[in-house]
Ligand binder design. Structure first.
Ligand code: ADP
Ligand SMILES: O=c1ccn([C@@H]2O[C@H](COP(=O)(O)O)[C@@H](O)[C@H]2O)c(=O)[nH]1
Length: 202
């Protein structure tokens, strides 16, 4: 089994990179775990209280559950991956049954901040995109797909995203085996990662 961790600031293109990598690979050989599925369950809070959570701080993530799930997958067990709702800012009651596979890709802004999770990765990748480009992408995506408006995205960017990125996310670059520059679509880097995975699948 090969476990690949893909980190990088919000909007850097992690999800897009993962989709590009996975696209041409056999479906049953690769599974994807998103850190977003492991935001802590905050059902005991009201929506107004949940909106105020700092979702860019490592404490917002249930790393214990993520660690349990990765350990289970490594042992060949199927897990029930939680499904997160960005609109509700909360875990839903649904889960997705995720079976172990030869390659597991874990992606998320904070996955390299946790030493136990970091140790589980065979390859650590950091997707690097300039902050202005990330902000533009995040604005467009969150308005189109996550039910936000411009003021909300910009307030969150100034108050939490930027300081948390500087304090927690950007420093994890030093743990990466590979840094993928992603201001533009980087097909060469995608091909390299795909080649590494294909070698493992053969
Ligand atoms: N290299 C790129 N160039 C331009 N837009 C991109 C690029 N990569 C991703 N995007 C777009 O930027 C937005 C954020 O990308 P996404 O993959 O969701 O980032 P992340 O998962 O890191 O937050 C999406 O709307 C996506 O289509
Ligand atoms: O309820 C939530 C939980 C998280 N966020 C924001 O999402 C990003 C992480 O997702 P990416 O796909 O990597 O962008 C993080 O910056 C949180 O601020 C949210 O808005 N609401």
């Amino acid at each position: 089994m090969l476990i690949i961790g893909i980190a990088g600031g919000t909007g850097c293109g992690k999800t897009t990179v993962v989709n590009q990598i996975v696209n041409e690979l056999p479906e049953n050989e690769v599974c994807v775990i998103s850190q977003d599925s492991y935001y802590k369950d905050t059902s005991h809070l009201t929506y107004e209280e949940r909106v105020k959570i700092n979702f860019d701080h490592p404490q917002s993530i249930d790393f214990e559950l993520l660690c349990q799930h990765l350990t289970a997958l490594r042992k060949g067990e199927t897990i029930a991956q939680p499904v997160y709702s960005f609109v509700e800012h909360n875990r839903t009651s649904e889960t997705v049954s995720t079976a172990p596979s030869k390659v597991i890709i874990v992606e998320g802004i904070l996955i390299l901040t946790n030493p136990k999770i970091r140790e589980m990765f065979d390859i650590k990748i950091y997707v690097q995109t300039d902050s202005d480009e990330r902000l533009i992408r995040r604005l467009k995506r969150d308005i189109a797909e996550r039910g936000r408006d411009m003021d909300e995205v910009l307030d969150r960017y100034q108050n939490t995203l930027k300081p948390m990125h500087q304090q927690f996310i950007d420093p994890t670059k030093e743990f990466a085996d590979l840094i993928i520059p992603n201001n533009n679509y980087n097909n060469v880097a995608i091909d390299i990662v795909r080649t590494i995975i294909k070698e493992r699948l053969n």
